[in-house]
Design a protein around this ligand. Sequence first.
Ligand code: HEM
Length: 72
Amino acid sequence: MTSFEADIRPLFREKDRNAMLRHFDLWSADDVRRNAERIYGALDRGVMPCDGAWTAADKDLLRRWIDEGAQP
Ligand code: HEM
């Protein structure tokens, strides 16, 4: 089972968190869960982060975390 603290939070850099704080806190499991589909959608389309797309493996990990119920 994937967890936010162990698997997902480390994928978000401090610059990602700072860039997006006006919308949500990428270091908060609650915020990422609440905005999960928007966040996944931007990553999947490759429009975010603004300085380079995630790998397929990292996107798959986020997808699995969401599908497993977005555990803290
Ligand atoms: C993993 C990292 C990131 C994720 C998941 C992410 C996610 C998102 C999402 C979901 C939106 C759409 C917000 C909405 O629905 O209104 C957005 C907008 C935006 N993001 Fe990111 N972002 C990330 C990193 C960054 C970085 C590194 C930058 C560069 C400075 C950035 C700059 C922006 C900008 C300029 C917008 C336009 C919306 C606004 O700020 O009003 N993001 N991002």
